[in-house]
Design a protein around this ligand. Structure first.
Ligand code: ADP
Length: 370
């Protein structure tokens, strides 16, 4: 804090200022404090008169304080940033607005006096230009990475498929086996790249749910089919209990499929031969509940609270392929739907993951988010 400036202002303290000095609009410590706040503050009283504006807000709104203090908001020149901000914002609804090169976040709150009546509105402003810029740069970086990592792999997979189709001549059985293994590894690499990129995207807050009405029974059947080959390959019995009639969910089916495929894939992966994995679905208490249970290696009790943390893998998982990202991604997706994901497990006996998704989430009432 600059004490010299405080001294200077102390001479101007009006008599009778209160303990904090907050008498908005007076030329006192209140103004000094207001001018040193790290964001903009504008106060408009019940008569629509702008009675106080701090330095930060004046800079953001491109005005001289003296030129606007004491003016009615509806008398300010139209199409100026200050008129737009003060006349267009609604109390309690945060918004961002472009002012020249800057992006400004705006929040309006009612101000109450001691007797409980409103005495006006306080508009707060934050310069979020840098945040927006770095978010955009991050988005560009992620989409560049996505492209650069995926493209060569797509070419490799294309050649593999070409060879399998006999485009480059007949394959003997030895070569077929080698190519099959190359295809498997390519698919695994692709899944890993997708998983890592998804995580980066989700962490950067770039998960935009594309909600549509979804028949969850059909979605689970598709997940069942996706995992059947892996289950058979590992001699694990995979069972889907056909769900009864369920209401349609308003969800991002691509993202939810990712969640269920991850849970089913994990259940198969961590279950030794001759074990079993079951998928059950029920709708109760306003939520859909999908349970993926297995008779696999189980999770140590001390790890149960940590398995949703990114990159965390139990010591028992060291012999199995994985990134430790699947469950953390699943949690982010389920929570974005207003749901939750829970786990119960007994070491050496198996695990049970329950995903609950409300039939109607708060976002459903907001058409803008659909
Ligand atoms: P990974 O790619 O390692 O499977 P996940 O994020 O999907 O990553 O899971 C995190 C960890 O949780 C796994 O490494 C494993 O230790 C444990 N885990 C997840 N699902 C199961 C399961 N069905 N049975 C036993 N352990 C599991």
């Amino acid at each position: 804090m600059n004490t010299n400036r405080l001294d200077m202002y102390s001479e101007e303290q009006p008599k009778g200022f209160d303990y904090i000095g907050f008498k908005l609009g007076d030329g006192s410590v209140a103004n000094l404090l207001m001018d040193n706040i790290g964001h903009g503050v504008v106060f408009v009283n019940n008569d629509g008169v702008l009675t106080s504006i701090n330095r930060y807000a004046a800079v953001l709104l491109q005005v001289q304080k003296d030129a606007v203090i004491g003016k009615r908001v509806d008398m300010l020149p139209l199409r100026t940033p200050i008129y737009r901000v003060l006349s267009e914002q609604r109390s309690g609804v945060p918004m961002t607005i472009a002012i020249g090169e800057r992006v400004v976040a705006v929040q309006v709150t009612d101000v109450f006096s001691d007797d409980g009546n409103t005495s006006g509105e306080m508009t707060e402003l934050w310069d979020v230009t840098e945040e927006k810029r770095s978010k955009r740069q991050w988005e560009e970086f992620v989409s560049m990475m996505t492209h650069d990592l995926r493209s060569p792999l797509t070419v490799i997979m294309g050649y593999i498929q070409g060879m399998q189709c006999g485009m480059f001549g007949e394959l003997n059985s030895r070569l077929s086996t080698v190519i099959e293994k190359a295809e498997e590894s390519g698919k695994a690499l692709n899944a890993m790249i997708e998983e890592m990129l998804d995580h980066v995207r989700l962490e950067a807050g770039l998960l935009n749910l594309n909600r549509q009405n979804c028949d969850i029974g059909k979605l689970l059947e598709a997940c069942y089919r996706d995992n059947l080959r892996a289950a058979q390959g590992q001699e694990v019995k995979l069972e889907l209990t056909p769900p009864g009639k369920l209401p349609e969910l308003h969800v991002d089916s691509r993202q939810l499929k990712r969640v269920f495929n991850n849970l089913i894939g994990n259940a198969i992966k961590y279950t030794p031969a001759r074990g079993e994995v079951t998928i059950q679905v029920a709708g109760d208490e306003g939520a859909l509940r999908v349970v993926v249970a297995d008779s696999g290696i189980g999770i140590p009790p001390e790890d149960l609270s940590r398995i949703f943390i990114k990159y965390f893998r139990c010591s028992g998982a060291s012999g199995f392929k994985g990134t430790g990202l699947g469950l953390s991604i699943s949690k982010i997706i389920v929570e974005a739907h207003g749901g939750s994901i829970a786990v119960e497990s007994l070491l050496g006996q198996g695990s049970r993951f329950t995903v609950s998704i409300p039939f109607s989430s708060p976002e459903d009432s907001d058409p803008a988010s659909c």
